[in-house]
Design a protein around this ligand. Structure first.
Ligand SMILES: N[C@@H](CCC(=O)N[C@@H](CS)C(=O)NCC(=O)O)C(=O)O
Length: 218
């Protein structure tokens, strides 16, 4: 992982899917950055030092001292970093660009919120709402099926490895929290394992704290 003496990028993050998207992307892009742990289990996302960057009080947030830009929302941060470098996002306005953006938006607007709620109800608060557990489990099942169908005849969500895969992958890395078995989704499992083997993904996964990439049992 990069912890350079000199960089203009500061990432504020925690070891969750939304945080890992950005550290993985920074590693894939080869951009030097400093990272700062914002422990959301201790409420640090609500401290003024963080809400000056993201008034919505959620990680991740990025500060670019070169441009003076402060950014909240993982999807916006991904578009910003990829556009800045011209990598992992196709030329703006091209057919492939919109292909990548639609899968990125599906993650930000659908996959993340649905799977995140499944974590809340099924993993951390089981038994509190049977309705919510069933609702979010059925959404997870539907979304895993959608991704698996897409990946049956594509190596990546768009044509080539892009911000779309990087934003979705850390959510699938929580398959255990979601009670999902990747063996039921062979194309998704193949995609998951191939991305898990990328050195940049392995470096980005352990920001800001040590963690093991979960691997399916067989
Ligand atoms: N739409 C936001 C969601 C960010 C988000 O939900 N972050 C979670 C961690 S994965 C968080 O900071 N939770 C703390 C809280 O809800 O107070 C994004 O994509 O950046």
């Amino acid at each position: 992982m990069s912890e350079p003496e000199s960089t203009h990028l500061d990432l504020y993050t925690w070891g969750t899917p939304n945080g890992r998207k950005i550290s993985i992307l920074l590693e894939e892009l080869g951009l030097p950055y400093r990272y700062h742990a914002v422990d959301i289990t201790k409420g640090e996302q609500n401290l003024p030092a963080f809400t000056r960057l993201n008034p919505n009080a959620k990680i991740p947030a990025l500060e670019d001292h070169e441009t003076g830009k402060k950014l909240m929302e993982s999807g916006a941060i991904m578009l910003y970093l990829a556009s800045k470098t011209g990598n992992l996002l196709s030329e703006s306005g091209s057919a492939e660009y919109w292909n990548q953006v639609q899968w990125l938006m599906l993650q930000v607007g659908g996959i993340g919120p649905m799977l995140g709620q499944l974590h809340h109800f099924a993993k951390f608060n089981p038994g509190k709402s049977n309705y919510a557990e069933a609702r979010y489990k059925s959404e997870a099942t539907r979304l895993y099926g959608l991704l698996n169908d897409r990946l049956k005849d594509h190596d990546y969500l768009a044509q080539t490895y892009s911000v779309a895969d990087i934003s979705t992958w850390p959510w699938i890395a929580r398959f255990d929290y979601q009670g999902m078995d990747l063996n039921d989704y062979p194309a998704l499992k193949k995609w998951y394992l191939s991305i898990a083997s990328r050195p940049a993904v392995q470096r980005g996964y352990v920001v800001p704290t040590e963690a093991e990439i979960p691997l399916p049992a067989r």
